[in-house]
Design a binder for this molecule. Structure first.
Ligand code: GDP
Length: 364
């Protein structure tokens, strides 16, 4: 599953948010594996289309797609030099697909800030600087190696040296690797290095309970301006409210959010933002046994999408029978959709679309 790492300085609200997440996840379904690692919380991706499909097909079970949240606590100034849990922390970040960076935007004199004043931009810089220093080490090591290879006279190494030098200069100037423009030939090199600051990031601005519906918070605006420079997203949340929502019985969650003037929980907004950030889409399988949602990257072709279900289906792929969610709903049933010619037969080169309802034919 897709994994988002939650990072941030101490006392910004990470554990409060993470506890809300694990609570929501533990309640949502039976995921035996999520009890194995206390730092991982698995939550369902909310999708009203899944309910509608289930209402039509009436399957034995309905399985939503999920996102993993990983609590990466323990980052302090000096982590890149191995202080505190530094190195362990950094290696956990290496394993996630995206970073959710929690920043404190709430004032509360009872809760001390590690650096005195509440200042989200300084907080972001503190964390980013540790990640940048770790990346700089990775890039320098690779640069040294590539320079040696250059002596063989192969031209591709010259290009790589140039690219690595550009990366190094960016990092040295205090900027994240994600701000560097990368050509198609350079992509594989970047990917191999798995740089921390090249991962997509989402800033979660943790605001006070009363500020959640305010649009004009100066501290949040600062975070937005900062994020805009790196093409990152900002989601405003209140960790304390998330914790309260997580405690409520299912039927009370909606009315509680409504009373606060909110349409959905911060957690749901985080999940949706992460989906967008990572360019993810959902397709469905809809049989009488099981109606299920699956996550893929935009641009995935039919056989690889089938591979999410089982590698045998990808290997033996013959064709996909595809109907768009809206077409299926309009037709009223799968049989009706077939009669109306709305079910298409697609081959190996078909690029999956968000909301496709699919049946894969394959050789065993
Ligand atoms: P962590 O060190 O980043 O994991 O931070 P915690 O989640 O332990 O939160 C630190 C303190 O801030 C705790 O006392 C929380 O109750 C408090 N806190 C977290 N989120 C909020 C919030 O949204 N509003 C207020 N007022 N306090 C919060």
């Amino acid at each position: 599953a897709l994994a988002c790492g939650i990072v941030g300085l101490p006392n910004v609200g990470k554990s409060t948010l993470f506890n809300a997440i694990t609570k929501a996840g533990a309640e949502a379904a039976n995921y035996p594996f999520c009890t194995i690692d206390p730092n991982v919380g698995v939550v369902e991706v909310p999708d009203p289309r899944l309910e509608q499909l289930a209402a039509m097909v009436k399957p034995q079970r309905v399985v939503p797609t999920t996102v993993e949240f990983v609590d990466i606590a323990g980052l302090v100034r000096g982590a890149s030099k191995g202080e505190g849990l530094g190195n362990k922390f950094l290696s956990h970040i290496r394993e996630v697909d995206a970073i959710i960076h929690v920043v404190r935007c709430f004032e509360d004199e009872n809760i001390t800030h590690v650096d005195g004043q509440v200042d989200p931009i300084r907080d972001i810089d503190t964390i980013n600087m540790e990640l940048i220093l770790a990346d700089l080490e990775t890039v320098e090591r690779r640069l040294e190696r590539t320079r040696k290879m250059l002596k063989t006279g192969e031209k591709k190494y010259q290009q790589e040296v140039e690219f690595l030098t550009r990366l190094k200069e960016t990092l040295e100037s205090g900027q994240c690797a994600r701000t560097v423009e990368v050509s198609e030939e350079e992509q594989p090199v970047l990917k191999e290095m798995n740089l921390l600051t090249a991962k997509p990031v989402l800033y979660a601005a943790n605001v006070a309970e009363d500020d959640l519906t305010r649009e004009d918070l100066p501290l949040v605006q600062k975070v937005r301006d900062y994020a805009a420079q790196e093409g990152a997203e900002v989601v405003t949340i209140c960790a304390r409210i998330e914790a309260e929502i997580a405690e409520l019985p299912e039927e009370e969650k909606g009315p509680f959010l409504e009373a606060l003037g909110l349409e959905e929980s911060g957690l749901d907004r985080l999940i949706r933002a992460a989906y967008k950030l990572l360019g993810l889409i959902t397709f469905f399988t809809a049989g009488v046994q099981e109606v299920r949602a699956w996550t893929i990257t935009r641009g995935t072709k039919a056989p690889q999408a089938a591979g999410k279900i089982h590698s045998d289906i990808e290997r033996g792929f013959i064709r996909a029978e595809v109907v768009a969610f809206a077409d299926l709903m309009a037709a009223g049933s799968q049989a009706a959709a077939r009669e109306k010619g709305l079910v298409r037969l697609e081959g190996k080169e078909y690029v999956m679309q968000d909301g496709d309802v699919v049946y894969f034919r394959f050789n065993v």
